[in-house]
Design a protein around this ligand. Structure first.
Ligand code: KG4
Ligand code: ZN
Length: 343
């Protein structure tokens, strides 16, 4: 089975062809980073317009690169939410139109579900696993029990982790997008230079809060600021995020163990999962607990069409014929809304 996956929920226009044998036949990603850079963040109106300009070409290139004709595509999957409404509509309606005109199955994909399942495209991972989903819009810990069986364990009460990376980078004048810029600056910084707070770390739950950390960075920035200060702050901030994640994951592992008498493997996904320092911290934690950490390669951590196509394949494996022609975009679609059951 070959599925065409289309992603336009934020600032990447992407189309990809993926087979049920886990082959990524093409994964074309047209990034809008350069267009949004002068504004220091994604401008929704500009993003929608750019998706309109690019979508046809990106789909065409994706089919050509894979040497696949539309006739040979078994189903079309497109992001329906969550995300920016304008961008979602462009990709979703274009995909729906292609599916209807070609009479193909059409699957409305939840973007978070796609992030949650991507590591199964690149690795053979069994259920259940503990997932840290950390992107520009979400920071959640979930127990992934199976396809459409997602138990939310904890979530951010304010800013998402990626959003916090972006805002801190802006404060440090490191540019956009913030995550990779902080990671680069942190390589040459002292991660003990600043002692930043870890909001909610001692609360006996699995929720996060990043707004306070962002404000603390603002309050700790020396004036005037030197290049060394910037690198040290980037490193200290990144280390603090690592500390927070490790503490919460540790707690999640413990409560999983209490419930099932064994430890689950850990999966990290979403844009922040492409951060090598964060990945290493969580990897060290998994080694300590004698379990495995799985993370998609960098190119599949940030938004891409392959993860959408793969989520479509997982859905089709569960329910062979899906024709969601009457489904609409949902900019606020939560992962718990697609869960078939919750314990
Ligand atoms: O998953 P994603 O591409 O889009 C959303 O669904 O939000 O995640 C984008 C977010 C941005 O906030 C970006 O700064 C962050 O992921 N990010 C990173 C890194 N690369 C991207 N954060 C930390 N370190 C990185 N290397
Ligand atoms: Zn994403």
């Amino acid at each position: 089975m070959i599925v065409l996956g289309i992603e336009t929920s934020c600032d990447e226009t992407s189309a990809s062809l993926v087979s049920s044998k886990k082959e990524i036949l093409s994964n074309i990603i047209s990034s809008q980073i350069d267009i949004h850079r002068p504004y220091g963040g994604v401008v929704p109106e500009i993003a929608s317009r750019s998706h309109v300009e690019k979508i046809d070409k990106v789909i065409e290139i994706s089919l050509n690169k894979a040497k696949i004709s539309l006739k040979e595509v078994d189903a079309i999957a497109a992001t329906a939410g969550p995300g920016l409404i304008g961008g979602l509509m462009v990709g979703f309606l274009a995909s729906k139109a292609i599916a209807i005109s070609a009479g193909k199955p059409f699957i409305a994909i939840n973007h978070l579900e796609a992030h949650a399942l991507t590591p199964r495209l690149t690795n053979n991972i069994d259920f259940p696993y503990l997932l840290l989903l950390a992107s520009g819009g979400h920071t959640q810990l979930l127990e992934i029990q199976g396809i459409r069986k997602y138990k939310l364990l904890g979530t951010t009460l304010d800013d998402a982790c990626g959003e916090c990376f972006d805002k801190v980078a802006k404060m440090l004048d490191l540019g956009f997008p913030g995550g990779p810029a902080i990671e680069k600056a942190a390589l040459v910084g002292d991660n003990e230079a600043f002692n930043l707070p870890k909001p909610m770390i001692n609360r006996n739950n699995l929720d996060f809060s990043f707004a306070g950390l962002k404000t603390a960075v603002m309050n700790h920035i020396p004036s005037p600021i030197s290049k060394k200060n910037i690198n040290d702050m980037a490193a200290s901030f990144q280390r603090t995020v690592g500390d927070i994640f490790c503490k919460k994951i540790d707690r999640a592992l413990l409560s999983f163990y209490k419930k099932y008498s064994y430890m689950p493997n850990i999966v990290i996904s979403g844009g922040v999962a492409s951060n090598q320092y964060i990945k290493k911290r969580i990897d060290d934690l998994s080694i300590k607990n004698n379990i495995k950490l799985y993370a998609p390669p960098k190119s599949l951590c940030t938004d891409n069409g392959a993860m959408i196509a793969w989520a479509g394949i997982e859905r089709l494996n569960l329910t062979p014929n899906i024709f969601e022609y009457d489904v609409d975009v949902n900019p606020r679609w939560q992962l718990k809304d697609v869960s078939l059951h919750e314990e």
